[in-house]
Design a protein around this ligand. Structure first.
Ligand code: SF4
Length: 373
Protein backbone atom coordinates (compact mmCIF):
# COMPACT_ATOMS: atom_id res chain seq x y z
CA UNK A 1 0.00 0.00 0.00
CA UNK A 2 1.46 3.36 -1.03
CA UNK A 3 0.56 6.79 -2.39
CA UNK A 4 1.77 9.06 -5.17
CA UNK A 5 1.78 12.84 -4.90
CA UNK A 6 2.13 14.92 -8.09
CA UNK A 7 3.06 18.58 -7.71
CA UNK A 8 1.65 20.95 -10.34
CA UNK A 9 3.77 24.11 -9.90
CA UNK A 10 1.62 26.76 -11.57
CA UNK A 11 -0.82 29.35 -10.23
CA UNK A 12 -2.71 32.24 -11.83
CA UNK A 13 -1.45 34.66 -9.18
CA UNK A 14 0.46 34.53 -5.90
CA UNK A 15 -1.61 34.46 -2.72
CA UNK A 16 0.06 36.78 -0.22
CA UNK A 17 0.56 34.13 2.46
CA UNK A 18 1.76 31.27 0.28
CA UNK A 19 5.25 29.76 0.39
CA UNK A 20 4.57 26.68 -1.73
CA UNK A 21 6.58 26.20 -4.89
CA UNK A 22 4.79 27.56 -7.98
CA UNK A 23 5.27 29.85 -10.96
CA UNK A 24 2.71 32.33 -12.29
CA UNK A 25 4.08 31.81 -15.81
CA UNK A 26 2.68 28.83 -17.70
CA UNK A 27 5.39 29.14 -20.34
CA UNK A 28 6.95 25.75 -19.54
CA UNK A 29 3.71 23.87 -18.81
CA UNK A 30 4.06 21.40 -21.71
CA UNK A 31 7.72 20.67 -20.97
CA UNK A 32 6.90 20.24 -17.31
CA UNK A 33 4.12 17.76 -18.03
CA UNK A 34 6.48 15.72 -20.22
CA UNK A 35 9.01 15.83 -17.37
CA UNK A 36 6.39 14.60 -14.88
CA UNK A 37 5.65 11.63 -17.13
CA UNK A 38 9.34 10.90 -17.43
CA UNK A 39 9.93 11.24 -13.68
CA UNK A 40 7.16 8.71 -13.00
CA UNK A 41 9.14 6.34 -15.21
CA UNK A 42 12.51 7.18 -13.60
CA UNK A 43 11.10 6.64 -10.10
CA UNK A 44 9.09 3.52 -10.88
CA UNK A 45 11.04 1.34 -8.39
CA UNK A 46 10.99 3.75 -5.43
CA UNK A 47 7.86 2.19 -3.90
CA UNK A 48 9.24 -1.34 -4.27
CA UNK A 49 6.18 -2.73 -6.02
CA UNK A 50 3.61 -1.60 -3.42
CA UNK A 51 0.02 -1.23 -4.63
CA UNK A 52 -1.00 2.38 -5.17
CA UNK A 53 -3.99 3.23 -3.02
CA UNK A 54 -3.98 7.00 -3.47
CA UNK A 55 -2.92 9.58 -6.03
CA UNK A 56 -2.94 13.22 -5.04
CA UNK A 57 -2.55 16.17 -7.43
CA UNK A 58 -1.37 19.09 -5.30
CA UNK A 59 0.28 22.38 -5.98
CA UNK A 60 0.28 25.05 -7.05
CA UNK A 61 -3.03 24.76 -8.82
CA UNK A 62 -3.64 21.33 -10.37
CA UNK A 63 -7.04 22.47 -11.68
CA UNK A 64 -5.07 24.41 -14.31
CA UNK A 65 -4.48 21.03 -15.98
CA UNK A 66 -6.76 19.87 -18.77
CA UNK A 67 -8.63 16.61 -18.18
CA UNK A 68 -6.56 15.03 -20.97
CA UNK A 69 -3.34 15.98 -19.15
CA UNK A 70 -4.59 14.40 -15.93
CA UNK A 71 -5.42 11.25 -17.87
CA UNK A 72 -1.91 11.03 -19.29
CA UNK A 73 -0.40 11.23 -15.80
CA UNK A 74 -2.79 8.69 -14.25
CA UNK A 75 -2.34 6.34 -17.24
CA UNK A 76 1.43 6.52 -16.84
CA UNK A 77 1.11 5.57 -13.17
CA UNK A 78 -1.27 2.72 -14.04
CA UNK A 79 1.16 1.39 -16.66
CA UNK A 80 4.04 1.20 -14.20
CA UNK A 81 2.30 0.32 -10.93
CA UNK A 82 -0.55 -1.81 -9.65
CA UNK A 83 -3.29 0.68 -8.79
CA UNK A 84 -6.02 -0.39 -6.41
CA UNK A 85 -9.46 -0.54 -8.09
CA UNK A 86 -10.89 1.77 -5.43
CA UNK A 87 -7.91 4.14 -5.36
CA UNK A 88 -8.64 7.62 -4.02
CA UNK A 89 -7.58 10.14 -6.67
CA UNK A 90 -7.68 13.72 -5.41
CA UNK A 91 -7.31 16.93 -7.38
CA UNK A 92 -6.73 20.25 -5.63
CA UNK A 93 -8.86 22.82 -7.43
CA UNK A 94 -9.47 26.53 -7.20
CA UNK A 95 -13.10 27.71 -7.46
CA UNK A 96 -12.45 29.92 -10.50
CA UNK A 97 -11.31 26.86 -12.48
CA UNK A 98 -14.42 24.81 -11.76
CA UNK A 99 -16.79 25.88 -14.51
CA UNK A 100 -19.44 23.47 -15.76
CA UNK A 101 -17.46 22.31 -18.81
CA UNK A 102 -14.30 21.75 -16.79
CA UNK A 103 -16.17 19.80 -14.12
CA UNK A 104 -17.85 17.62 -16.73
CA UNK A 105 -14.44 16.90 -18.26
CA UNK A 106 -12.98 16.11 -14.83
CA UNK A 107 -15.92 13.77 -14.27
CA UNK A 108 -14.62 11.70 -17.21
CA UNK A 109 -11.16 11.29 -15.61
CA UNK A 110 -10.29 8.90 -12.75
CA UNK A 111 -10.34 11.86 -10.31
CA UNK A 112 -12.90 10.97 -7.61
CA UNK A 113 -12.16 13.55 -4.90
CA UNK A 114 -11.91 17.34 -5.17
CA UNK A 115 -10.06 19.49 -2.67
CA UNK A 116 -11.43 22.98 -3.27
CA UNK A 117 -9.46 26.02 -2.06
CA UNK A 118 -12.34 28.05 -0.64
CA UNK A 119 -10.46 29.82 2.21
CA UNK A 120 -13.35 32.25 2.91
CA UNK A 121 -16.85 33.16 1.76
CA UNK A 122 -16.10 36.91 2.09
CA UNK A 123 -14.80 39.01 -0.79
CA UNK A 124 -12.81 41.42 1.39
CA UNK A 125 -10.98 38.47 2.99
CA UNK A 126 -10.26 36.85 -0.36
CA UNK A 127 -8.92 40.15 -1.70
CA UNK A 128 -6.77 40.59 1.41
CA UNK A 129 -5.31 37.12 0.75
CA UNK A 130 -4.87 37.98 -2.97
CA UNK A 131 -6.92 34.97 -4.00
CA UNK A 132 -8.08 34.94 -7.63
CA UNK A 133 -11.65 33.87 -6.91
CA UNK A 134 -14.55 35.68 -5.27
CA UNK A 135 -17.04 34.55 -2.64
CA UNK A 136 -19.88 33.82 -5.09
CA UNK A 137 -17.52 31.58 -7.11
CA UNK A 138 -16.52 29.73 -3.94
CA UNK A 139 -20.11 28.78 -3.19
CA UNK A 140 -21.07 28.14 -6.82
CA UNK A 141 -18.05 25.90 -7.44
CA UNK A 142 -19.07 23.53 -4.63
CA UNK A 143 -22.68 23.36 -5.85
CA UNK A 144 -21.58 22.79 -9.46
CA UNK A 145 -19.12 20.06 -8.41
CA UNK A 146 -21.92 18.31 -6.49
CA UNK A 147 -24.32 18.70 -9.43
CA UNK A 148 -21.70 17.11 -11.69
CA UNK A 149 -21.56 14.08 -9.41
CA UNK A 150 -18.56 14.81 -7.17
CA UNK A 151 -19.67 13.83 -3.68
CA UNK A 152 -16.24 13.35 -2.15
CA UNK A 153 -15.33 17.01 -1.68
CA UNK A 154 -13.13 18.73 0.85
CA UNK A 155 -13.04 22.49 1.38
CA UNK A 156 -9.97 24.37 2.61
CA UNK A 157 -10.62 27.26 5.00
CA UNK A 158 -8.27 29.68 6.76
CA UNK A 159 -8.80 31.35 10.13
CA UNK A 160 -6.79 33.52 12.52
CA UNK A 161 -6.12 36.55 10.29
CA UNK A 162 -6.96 40.15 11.26
CA UNK A 163 -10.04 40.63 9.02
CA UNK A 164 -11.79 37.53 10.32
CA UNK A 165 -13.85 38.16 13.43
CA UNK A 166 -15.73 35.41 15.26
CA UNK A 167 -18.99 36.23 13.50
CA UNK A 168 -17.46 35.90 10.02
CA UNK A 169 -15.70 32.67 11.00
CA UNK A 170 -19.00 31.21 12.20
CA UNK A 171 -20.63 32.29 8.91
CA UNK A 172 -17.91 30.48 6.91
CA UNK A 173 -18.45 27.30 8.90
CA UNK A 174 -22.24 27.53 8.65
CA UNK A 175 -21.89 27.92 4.89
CA UNK A 176 -19.91 24.66 4.76
CA UNK A 177 -22.70 22.86 6.64
CA UNK A 178 -25.35 24.43 4.38
CA UNK A 179 -23.42 23.21 1.33
CA UNK A 180 -23.19 19.73 2.86
CA UNK A 181 -19.45 19.29 2.34
CA UNK A 182 -18.25 16.09 4.04
CA UNK A 183 -14.63 17.09 4.76
CA UNK A 184 -12.95 20.33 5.84
CA UNK A 185 -9.29 21.25 6.22
CA UNK A 186 -8.97 24.41 8.31
CA UNK A 187 -5.61 26.10 8.80
CA UNK A 188 -4.56 28.90 11.07
CA UNK A 189 -2.94 31.69 9.04
CA UNK A 190 0.82 31.43 9.49
CA UNK A 191 3.25 34.09 8.36
CA UNK A 192 5.92 32.30 6.37
CA UNK A 193 9.26 34.02 5.69
CA UNK A 194 9.76 35.54 2.23
CA UNK A 195 6.03 35.90 1.54
CA UNK A 196 4.24 39.13 0.66
CA UNK A 197 2.36 38.88 3.95
CA UNK A 198 5.62 38.71 5.95
CA UNK A 199 6.90 41.74 4.08
CA UNK A 200 3.70 43.75 4.70
CA UNK A 201 3.89 42.97 8.42
CA UNK A 202 7.58 43.84 8.73
CA UNK A 203 6.91 47.17 6.95
CA UNK A 204 3.96 47.77 9.32
CA UNK A 205 1.48 47.86 6.40
CA UNK A 206 -0.41 44.98 8.00
CA UNK A 207 -0.89 43.98 11.64
CA UNK A 208 0.74 40.75 12.86
CA UNK A 209 -1.44 37.69 13.45
CA UNK A 210 -3.00 37.52 16.90
CA UNK A 211 -2.44 34.19 18.72
CA UNK A 212 -5.39 34.73 21.03
CA UNK A 213 -7.77 35.33 18.12
CA UNK A 214 -6.44 32.25 16.37
CA UNK A 215 -6.90 30.10 19.50
CA UNK A 216 -10.48 31.40 19.97
CA UNK A 217 -11.32 30.59 16.36
CA UNK A 218 -9.72 27.12 16.63
CA UNK A 219 -11.86 26.47 19.72
CA UNK A 220 -14.99 27.64 17.89
CA UNK A 221 -14.04 25.41 14.96
CA UNK A 222 -13.68 22.32 17.18
CA UNK A 223 -16.96 23.07 18.99
CA UNK A 224 -19.14 23.61 15.92
CA UNK A 225 -17.59 20.77 13.92
CA UNK A 226 -18.16 18.40 16.85
CA UNK A 227 -21.75 19.62 17.24
CA UNK A 228 -22.40 18.86 13.55
CA UNK A 229 -21.05 15.31 13.88
CA UNK A 230 -17.69 15.89 12.19
CA UNK A 231 -14.76 13.84 13.50
CA UNK A 232 -11.66 15.84 14.35
CA UNK A 233 -9.26 13.23 13.01
CA UNK A 234 -6.17 15.42 12.61
CA UNK A 235 -5.37 18.85 14.01
CA UNK A 236 -6.40 20.63 10.80
CA UNK A 237 -8.83 18.05 9.41
CA UNK A 238 -12.47 17.27 10.10
CA UNK A 239 -14.82 14.89 8.35
CA UNK A 240 -18.17 13.22 8.51
CA UNK A 241 -17.74 9.59 9.60
CA UNK A 242 -15.92 7.58 6.95
CA UNK A 243 -14.85 10.57 4.85
CA UNK A 244 -11.18 10.63 5.90
CA UNK A 245 -8.64 11.68 3.33
CA UNK A 246 -7.02 8.32 2.62
CA UNK A 247 -3.96 9.99 1.14
CA UNK A 248 -3.23 12.27 4.08
CA UNK A 249 -4.17 9.63 6.67
CA UNK A 250 -1.57 7.37 5.08
CA UNK A 251 1.10 10.09 5.45
CA UNK A 252 0.30 10.31 9.14
CA UNK A 253 0.43 6.53 9.51
CA UNK A 254 3.87 6.32 7.94
CA UNK A 255 2.74 4.67 4.68
CA UNK A 256 5.26 5.01 1.83
CA UNK A 257 4.70 7.68 -0.79
CA UNK A 258 6.40 8.92 -3.91
CA UNK A 259 6.49 12.62 -4.75
CA UNK A 260 6.64 13.60 -8.41
CA UNK A 261 7.34 17.13 -9.67
CA UNK A 262 9.40 20.10 -8.52
CA UNK A 263 9.58 20.44 -4.70
CA UNK A 264 7.73 17.14 -4.13
CA UNK A 265 8.84 14.94 -1.24
CA UNK A 266 8.99 11.16 -1.03
CA UNK A 267 9.34 8.63 1.80
CA UNK A 268 9.81 4.89 1.69
CA UNK A 269 10.32 3.99 5.35
CA UNK A 270 14.09 4.21 5.20
CA UNK A 271 14.84 7.34 3.22
CA UNK A 272 13.27 10.68 2.55
CA UNK A 273 13.93 12.61 -0.66
CA UNK A 274 12.87 15.92 -2.03
CA UNK A 275 12.95 17.30 -5.54
CA UNK A 276 14.49 20.59 -6.53
CA UNK A 277 12.03 23.50 -6.19
CA UNK A 278 12.78 25.10 -9.55
CA UNK A 279 10.80 24.34 -12.69
CA UNK A 280 13.57 24.93 -15.26
CA UNK A 281 16.19 22.95 -13.31
CA UNK A 282 13.68 20.17 -12.65
CA UNK A 283 12.84 19.86 -16.35
CA UNK A 284 16.51 19.91 -17.34
CA UNK A 285 17.46 17.21 -14.80
CA UNK A 286 14.67 14.87 -15.85
CA UNK A 287 15.34 15.43 -19.56
CA UNK A 288 18.91 14.27 -18.97
CA UNK A 289 17.71 11.16 -17.09
CA UNK A 290 18.94 12.33 -13.72
CA UNK A 291 16.74 12.33 -10.64
CA UNK A 292 16.12 15.94 -9.57
CA UNK A 293 16.23 14.93 -5.89
CA UNK A 294 18.30 15.09 -2.73
CA UNK A 295 18.01 12.18 -0.34
CA UNK A 296 18.63 11.53 3.33
CA UNK A 297 18.75 8.21 5.13
CA UNK A 298 16.51 8.49 8.18
CA UNK A 299 18.22 7.75 11.49
CA UNK A 300 16.41 6.00 14.32
CA UNK A 301 15.98 9.39 16.02
CA UNK A 302 14.52 10.88 12.81
CA UNK A 303 12.00 8.05 12.61
CA UNK A 304 11.01 8.37 16.27
CA UNK A 305 10.51 12.13 16.00
CA UNK A 306 8.66 11.85 12.72
CA UNK A 307 6.27 9.35 14.25
CA UNK A 308 5.72 11.53 17.34
CA UNK A 309 5.05 14.63 15.23
CA UNK A 310 2.52 13.00 12.93
CA UNK A 311 0.78 10.47 15.20
CA UNK A 312 0.17 12.85 18.08
CA UNK A 313 -1.81 15.17 15.79
CA UNK A 314 -4.31 12.45 14.89
CA UNK A 315 -7.32 11.02 16.70
CA UNK A 316 -5.62 7.59 16.51
CA UNK A 317 -2.93 8.89 18.87
CA UNK A 318 0.67 7.95 19.51
CA UNK A 319 0.94 4.18 19.92
CA UNK A 320 3.67 3.29 22.41
CA UNK A 321 4.14 -0.17 20.86
CA UNK A 322 4.89 1.44 17.50
CA UNK A 323 7.40 3.70 19.21
CA UNK A 324 9.12 0.67 20.77
CA UNK A 325 9.12 -1.03 17.38
CA UNK A 326 11.20 1.87 16.04
CA UNK A 327 13.60 1.85 19.02
CA UNK A 328 13.49 -0.59 21.94
CA UNK A 329 12.42 0.92 25.29
CA UNK A 330 11.79 4.36 23.73
CA UNK A 331 8.22 4.43 25.15
CA UNK A 332 9.52 4.58 28.74
CA UNK A 333 11.74 7.52 27.89
CA UNK A 334 8.83 9.31 26.21
CA UNK A 335 6.46 8.74 29.11
CA UNK A 336 8.93 10.44 31.46
CA UNK A 337 9.32 13.42 29.11
CA UNK A 338 5.53 13.60 28.78
CA UNK A 339 4.85 14.01 32.52
CA UNK A 340 4.61 17.84 32.49
CA UNK A 341 2.04 17.63 29.67
CA UNK A 342 0.00 15.02 31.57
CA UNK A 343 0.12 17.34 34.61
CA UNK A 344 -1.20 20.27 32.56
CA UNK A 345 -4.04 18.13 31.18
CA UNK A 346 -2.81 18.54 27.59
CA UNK A 347 -2.39 14.83 26.88
CA UNK A 348 -4.02 11.69 28.15
CA UNK A 349 -3.21 7.97 27.96
CA UNK A 350 -5.70 5.24 27.13
CA UNK A 351 -4.51 1.66 26.87
CA UNK A 352 -1.22 1.94 25.10
CA UNK A 353 -1.69 5.20 23.25
CA UNK A 354 -1.27 8.89 24.04
CA UNK A 355 -3.79 11.45 22.80
CA UNK A 356 -4.05 15.23 22.80
CA UNK A 357 -6.91 16.60 24.89
CA UNK A 358 -9.03 19.44 23.45
CA UNK A 359 -6.81 21.98 25.25
CA UNK A 360 -3.70 20.07 24.21
CA UNK A 361 -4.69 20.47 20.55
CA UNK A 362 -3.91 24.19 20.93
CA UNK A 363 -0.30 23.28 21.80
CA UNK A 364 0.25 20.29 19.51
CA UNK A 365 3.58 21.44 18.02
CA UNK A 366 4.92 22.55 21.40
CA UNK A 367 4.02 19.19 22.97
CA UNK A 368 5.49 17.19 20.08
CA UNK A 369 8.79 19.08 20.25
CA UNK A 370 8.86 18.52 24.03
CA UNK A 371 8.64 14.77 23.39
CA UNK A 372 11.29 14.61 20.68
CA UNK A 373 14.33 12.37 21.18
S1 SF4 B 1 -3.42 29.09 -5.26
FE1 SF4 B 1 -2.54 27.80 -3.61
S2 SF4 B 1 -0.46 27.31 -4.26
FE2 SF4 B 1 -1.19 29.00 -5.55
S3 SF4 B 1 -0.41 30.84 -4.54
FE3 SF4 B 1 -2.48 30.49 -3.77
S4 SF4 B 1 -2.23 29.23 -1.91
FE4 SF4 B 1 -0.29 29.15 -3.05
Amino acid sequence: MAGIYIHIPFCKQACHYCDFHFSTSLKYKDELLQALVKEIQLQKDYLQGETIETVYFGGGTPSLLEASEINVLVDTIARLHTVSTDAEITLEANPDDLGKTKLQALGQTPVNRLSIGIQSFFDDDLQWMNRVHRANEAEASIKRAQDTGFENITADLIYGYPLLNGQKWKYNLDKIFELDVPHVSAYSMTVEPRTALASFISKKKQPAMNDEQSADQFNLLMDVMGAKGFEHYEISNFCKPGHYSKHNSNYWRGVKYLGIGPSAHAYNGETRQWNIANNAQYIHAVQTNSLPAEMEILSETDRLNEYIMTALRTMWGLDLDKLNAIAAASANVLIKAAQPFFDKGWITQQNNSIYLTQTGKLYADHIASGLFF
